[in-house]
Write a new protein. Structure first.
Lengths: 663, 685
């Protein structure tokens, strides 16, 4: 008995939080941008409690020896510029000075990192065993370096990180991660757009695993490449879908109507959209078709239905169904629609041909207003029509989810006139149809900071009661604006965007999978996690989250007093709400190691594993062992479980269900 | 049979031994094993290691590239294929892979060129069907790129027919034209787009890039130089990447300003460049333009004010400097106060550059005072870099270089310091500059005189020389014309016991000569002159009224420690000469005069009196062993000057005890005392 008790105690000791960094401490009166920086990956400011990550902005006189002792005992310390402590550690300013305009970070040496405001700094001498992580571009003066001392480490930066925290050193958080700062929470709820043209030769299994680790729960796959069936493209897409499903990632078909496909454009010159200079509307990569033409619309409808039925899709994303361009009527060469069907209809309604607006030297402003209103209404009519088309497809595929991607026109109110987008006319459709309204961050505001997302959310909430169906799309691309320090969001800026967006919206989507830089992948899932409260009391942890979250955890655990069966070797997956986590003495045999639905409850007992969930598409559960019996809502499910490595993938129906798995 | 097997074994063994071991074998083994296990990161690391060991094997790079493709690192894979193609240009398959990846990684221009090259190899005889297949692929790929480009160009040209000032049409057209290698068309429309929206400075990069490809290198530099200054920092950095790795020439600034006349930063940098080149007038015009463009820019107002003040137009400068004084920039205002000789204000904190300058200046001055000239130079240089308009630092740099015998640099700093609005600085700098400038003039005249009274002879002796030398560029020899004076007041001391003829105490002559001297090397100079000695004593009988005079020799002078005109402290100096004089029976004389002692600090009053107390040790000898030319003397001495008087006017009092080393024919005692009171004065014009 004594030996048994000892064994239990030992396993309780072993089952615990990983060596995570929940709290940080800032030494100095002014915290600067550090709370924004560190909270982007879920770290919270210590209020009197322990912290092993310390930002030392001011070194109190006589405290140098104590700080060095703390570092040697395991603390990770951040130092800015010159201080007594920095000097004691070997970071000493030399007499030479350099004006820093741009830097090179070893993590991404080809990435252009330019400081909007150049800064003159001394050229520092570094301790011999320090690793230079970033240097001034032209003189190679070190600006960020890491130093390990004892069991702790120092991250030194030559200057404060800037007002927002990302203006100077994009990869601060990655550097801290490498030095041992382990963020406490993860989310696996991100969506990402995917274009197979950029991933034609990759190992899809390798990538599916990578995407899942980065927190992606669904890919929205560019459907136009597969609109026409070819053996090669069909086989590729089939492999992609299978690889994703094995890793609990859903796959949606992403449609960009009125772009249909390259071949459709080539085959049907008679149905091509026209610009206001009456050229075929080939604008950038999109080749726009005239969906106002009944024959064209019928052909596209048949093609879309065939595309959806040919593959094992989990959902449909009908995206950006309105007109061109962001320059609006000011640029006739990019202005659509101006096809004959639209012109005839408008002429019939209003008595003049809209092309006259672009051929007359002084068009009447009222006439342009009339046409722009007509155009916005036409966009809404087309959206309604195509929502109906997708709904008709869903009738035959009940697990299919549906997403409507629509550019924001509430925050940037010019969108209605520029491209015909009018969310206020589309959002009421949520009362009749079950879909997610994915708000696209318009290109015109890509240069603004993360605080725009709560503002965007606030503008949509009054427009619909279905706020749980709102989602936000963050465009991670090279922005056309004059932005700093990087043209495309990466590092701290990206994490702040994702984190703030995840707090403001139930779902965050990234455009697009291929543009996310490799350096950002390890912390993306941490940035996407949102937790309202996290309290650590000895081995007990209380976590309150709105959408469920993964907690860094090793070994078995009780959640709210029940043995919790939803965890893998590193993470414990929690449902939304307040959860109390404690180490458990023994594990359940059958476990859900990954799940992409919204977990309601879960419990492991000798009878088996029972859990409830809700999902807008089918739900995928990855199990660590094959159950002998599967019951969904009390009914036996005879589905054969496909294997995924050492795991088994269980496909579950859309909606709200209770599942019992017998070992 | 045994013999045959033995032979075969030996053969195979020798063949194995003849193979050089594959240095990359082991990492390649690891790489392929990792690849089989789908451990791509490990495979990539092992391939990298193998490439390090066998950098010229294209096959390893190909395998690495394919592995990189598996993990989606397309740009890295492209670069490996590029290297493989370089190593094996005949491998068409690799070239195709490279081209496809160029296309996928947004290097369409390169992709199109490679496909074009491969498809055109079809004009040569084909080796096999595989090659034919490659060509067909290349042809198809080329058309897939080229046809949309051609169609796009036609479409946007048509759009411009309808709307000639459509910015985006020009930009789209230029981009497509560049991708299709229609560079003239691209340049035309990038330029038109930029003219329509000059604020779109990234178009300057496009234009510079295309001009460069068109061979318009200079135009490219001008526009890239403009893009690299001011405007958007990102564009500026990218422009800097494209510019040559050197500082631009002044004419390039001029041309850039013609292209981008409103570029404030570019013009300001050019104006400062002109200032550094000493072209105050042109600089002032540039600052005037800047001031008109932005009358509120305090730095411009200050600089323009200083320049106007410097050309003695205080009324013109006053409004500008008043603006600076009333402005928010305290540092700038203080500089204006210095220029206007107003008291400075107290400030809470100095800016970093200014602070560094002050610290470095202080260290420089202390180093200078302590005689640590290299340290002084280092600190003063830092001070000047951090505060380029501190004229007192410039003046000190001039003196340090002067003491270090680097007169070229010394002059440069004196000249800059002479532009100081503070007259005490500018006067001193001007004076120093002119003193140094003389040595760089074509003709340089040096005058020195050394009259002294000797108690031993109760006579006043006078030595002196007027010498005009001709500077011949960098030639180490300088020819000169010279007139020497070698005389005394008394003339002779009458017959002595050893001689019935009167004894002359000097040469009593003016010596007119033509000579040449070497440039000093570590204080040593060689010289030789030929001339005529003219006796000014009509009754002198021991030599003719005019006699030929040839003389020459080597002379050296060196000082150590705290010399006159510097700070207090110990010092030592030596003057050593070896002189051939024809009139003394072609004698060769040796002189060594040495003084060591203490230099006192100049006094605050009393005309800036500064003195040296020292001990003399002198020795003279000659080749012919004549008694008058072989003696030694030693004793204390005092030398002094007044800073209110010319710098090179020195007074000396020496009390010497001497002894002749050769007394054969010496009509006097072998020992003597002598008190010599003299002055030394020299100047150069």
């Amino acid at each position: 008995l004594a030996f048994a008790a000892l064994g239990i105690a030992a396993s309780v000791q072993a089952a615990s939080l990983q060596r995570t960094s929940f709290n940080y401490y800032i030494a100095g009166d002014d915290p600067g941008p550090w709370p924004q920086v560190l909270s982007a990956i879920g770290l919270t400011r210590a209020v009197g409690g322990p912290a092993n990550l310390i930002v030392i902005r001011q070194v109190a006189p006589g405290s140098v020896a104590q700080w060095i002792q703390r570092i040697e005992q395991g603390s990770i310390v951040v130092l800015e510029g010159h201080s007594d402590l920095a000097a004691a550690l070997g970071f000493k300013p030399g007499t030479k000075r350099v004006v820093v305009h741009s830097i090179v970070d070893q993590r991404a040496p080809k990435l252009s990192i330019v400081w909007e405001t150049p800064l003159e700094i001394p050229v520092f001498d570094l301790p011999k065993d320090a690793s230079v992580l970033a240097a001034e571009r032209w003189e190679n003066a070190p600006v960020m370096a890491a130093l390990r001392r004892g069991s702790g480490a120092v991250l030194w930066i030559a200057a404060p990180p800037g007002k927002e925290g990302y203006e100077r050193f994009p990869y601060l958080l990655q550097a801290l991660f490498d030095l041992g700062v382990k963020p406490p929470f993860r989310s696996q709820r991100l969506w990402a757009f995917f274009d197979g043209a950029y991933r034609s030769r990759v190992d899809l299994d390798y990538f599916a695993e990578r995407w899942r680790k980065a927190g992606i729960s669904a890919l929205h796959v560019a459907g136009w490449h597969y609109y026409e069936s070819t053996p090669e493209s069909d086989a590729y897409l089939q492999r992609l879908i299978e690889a994703c499903h094995r890793n609990a990632i859903l796959v949606y078909v992403w449609l960009e109507l009125p772009h249909v496909s390259e071949k459709f454009w080539d085959d049907h010159p008679e149905w091509r959209e026209k610009t206001a200079i009456l050229q075929d509307a080939q604008l950038d990569w999109r080749k726009l078709m005239n969906l106002s033409n009944p024959e064209c619309a019928a052909a596209v409808s048949a093609g879309v239905k065939q595309l959806v039925s040919r593959f094992d899709w989990d959902g449909v994303n009908l995206a950006e169904l309105y007109f061109e361009s962001l320059e609006g009527a000011a640029n006739p060469a990019r202005f659509t629609p101006m096809n004959q069907d639209v012109r005839d209809e408008f002429h019939g309604l209003n008595g003049f041909d809209p092309i006259e607006l672009f051929q007359s030297p002084n068009p009447a402003p009222a006439h342009l207003r009339t046409f722009l209103d007509y155009r916005a209404d036409l966009a809404r009519r087309q959206q309604e029509k195509w929502i109906g088309e997708i709904e008709s497809v869903r009738a035959g595929k009940p697990d299919l989810d549906f997403v409507l991607t629509h550019v924001d026109d509430r925050f940037d109110t010019r969108m209605r006139d520029l491209i015909g987008a009018d969310a206020s006319r589309v959002l009421p459709l949520l009362d009749q149809h079950d879909f997610t309204f994915l708000i696209e961050d318009p290109a015109t505001i890509w240069n603004l900071g993360p605080e725009r997302y709560p503002q965007i959310a606030a503008r949509y909430q009054p427009l619909t009661q279905h706020t749980d169906h709102l989602a936000i799309d963050i465009n991670i691309v090279e922005r056309y604006q004059d932005v700093y320090p990087t043209k495309q969001q990466t590092g701290t800026e990206l994490f702040q965007l994702v984190h703030v967006a995840a707090q403001a919206f139930p779902r965050v989507t990234l455009y697009f999978e291929n543009s996310i830089l490799t350096a950002d992948l390890p912390l993306l899932a941490c940035a996407a996690a949102t937790v309202d409260k996290a309290e650590q009391n000895g081995s007990r942890l209380i976590v309150d989250s709105r959408h469920g979250v993964g907690v860094s955890w090793q070994g078995p655990a009780f959640v709210n007093g029940h043995l919790w069966p939803v965890r893998n070797d590193a993470t414990l997956w929690l449902p939304a709400g307040t959860n109390i986590i404690e180490p458990a003495p023994k594990d359940s045999g059958l476990r859900i190691v990954d799940f992409n639905g919204e977990l309601g409850s879960a419990n492991a007992s000798s009878q088996g594993l029972q859990f409830s969930y809700q999902s807008n598409a089918r739900a995928l559960a990855v199990l660590n062992a094959r159950p002998s019996k599967i019951e969904v809502d009390g009914t036996l499910d005879g589905e054969k479980l496909p294997e995924s490595g050492a795991s088994f993938v269980l496909s579950l129906p859309r909606g709200q269900h209770v599942v019992l798995l017998t070992p | 049979m045994v013999l045959r097997n033995t032979f075969l074994f030996a053969l195979s063994l020798s063949s194995v031994l003849a193979q050089p071991p594959d240095p990359a074998y082991q990492p390649l083994e690891h790489a392929y094993r990792a690849l089989r296990d789908k451990s791509y990161d490990l495979a990539i690391a092992s391939f990298d290691q193998a490439i390090g060991l066998s950098p010229n094997r294209a096959s390893i790079r190909n395998d690495l590239a394919y592995t990189l493709l598996k993990v989606g690192e397309n740009e890295a894979a492209r670069d490996q294929f590029a290297e493989a193609m370089r190593l094996d240009p005949a491998d068409v398959h690799v070239a195709l892979e490279y081209a496809f990846l160029c296309y996928e990684t947004r290097q369409q221009v390169q992709a199109r060129r490679i496909f074009d090259r491969i498809r055109k190899t079809g004009e040569e005889p084909l080796r096999d069907t595989a090659e034919q297949a490659f060509q067909n692929t290349a042809e198809q790929a080329f058309q897939n790129i080229d046809q949309p480009l051609a169609a796009g160009i036609a479409r946007w040209l048509k759009a411009l027919d309808v709307s000639p000032d459509n910015f985006s049409a020009h930009q789209e057209l230029a981009t497509l034209a560049e991708q299709r290698d229609q560079l003239e068309l691209a340049a035309e429309h990038y330029e038109r787009a930029w003219k329509l929206k000059p604020g779109e400075r990234s178009l300057m990069l496009d234009l510079g890039r295309v001009w460069s490809m068109l061979g318009r290198s200079e135009d490219a530099i001008y526009i890239l130089l403009a893009a690299s200054r001011g405007g958007q920092p990102r564009v500026a950095e990218r422009a800097r990447e494209l510019l040559p790795d050197r500082y631009p020439y002044p004419y390039e600034f001029q041309k850039s300003l013609e292209i981008d006349p409103n570029n404030f930063e570019l013009r300001r940098e050019y104006a400062y460049l002109l200032l550094a080149m000493g072209k105050q007038g042109e600089a002032e015009r540039q600052f005037e333009t800047l001031h008109q463009a932005d009358p509120n820019d305090l730095l411009t107002s200050a600089q323009l004010g200083f320049l106007i003040l410097n050309r003695q137009d205080p009324a013109g400068a006053q409004p500008l400097l008043d603006q600076v004084l009333n402005g928010a920039d305290e540092e700038l205002a203080d500089r204006a106060r210095v220029a206007l000789k107003l008291p400075q204000t107290l400030r809470n904190r100095l800016g970093s550059a200014q602070q560094t300058s002050q610290e470095a200046k202080s260290l420089g001055e202390r180093s200078m005072q302590a005689g640590y000239l290299k340290d002084a130079l280092k600190y003063l240089t830092i001070a000047q870099e951090n505060d380029p308009v501190d004229f007192s630092v410039m003046l000190k740099l001039g003196w340090v270089y002067n003491i270090l015998h680097d007169d070229h640099d010394s002059m440069k700093w004196f000249k800059l310091a002479s532009q100081s609005p503070d007259s005490s600085i500018s006067d001193e700098a001007k004076k120093a500059y002119h003193n140094l400038a003389a040595q760089f003039a074509l003709f340089r005249t040096t005058v020195w005189i050394y009259p002294f009274f000797s108690t031993r002879w109760h006579d006043v002796f006078g030595y002196g020389q007027v010498k005009t030398e001709l500077r011949l560029g960098r030639l180490p020899i300088r020819p000169y014309l010279s007139m020497r004076l070698d005389g005394d007041v008394k003339g002779n001391i009458g017959p002595t016991a050893g001689s019935l003829n009167p004894q002359y105490l000097s040469e009593s002559s003016f010596i007119f000569a033509v000579g040449a001297a070497t440039l000093p090397w570590r204080g040593i100079t060689g010289w030789f002159e030929a001339g005529e000695s003219v006796n000014y004593l009509p009754n002198r009988t021991d030599e003719g009224a005019m006699i030929p005079d040839y003389r020459g020799g080597i002379s050296g002078a060196k000082g150590f420690g705290h010399l006159m005109n510097s700070s207090k402290g110990f010092y030592f100096e030596t003057n050593d000469d070896m002189v051939f004089v024809s009139r003394f029976q072609d004698d060769l004389l040796f002189y060594s005069q040495n003084r060591g002692g203490y230099t006192f600090a100049p006094t605050e009053g009393f005309g800036g009196f500064q003195s040296q107390l020292y001990w003399n040790v002198n020795a003279t000898g000659d080749r012919l062993r004549q008694y008058w030319a072989n003696y030694g003397e030693t004793g204390p001495g005092l030398r002094f000057r007044f800073s209110d008087l010319p710098k090179s006017l020195l007074f000396s009092v020496n009390f010497l005890r001497g002894a002749y080393f050769v007394n054969l024919d010496n009509p006097r005692r072998p020992n003597f005392f002598d008190l010599r009171i003299g002055l030394w004065y020299a100047f150069t014009r």
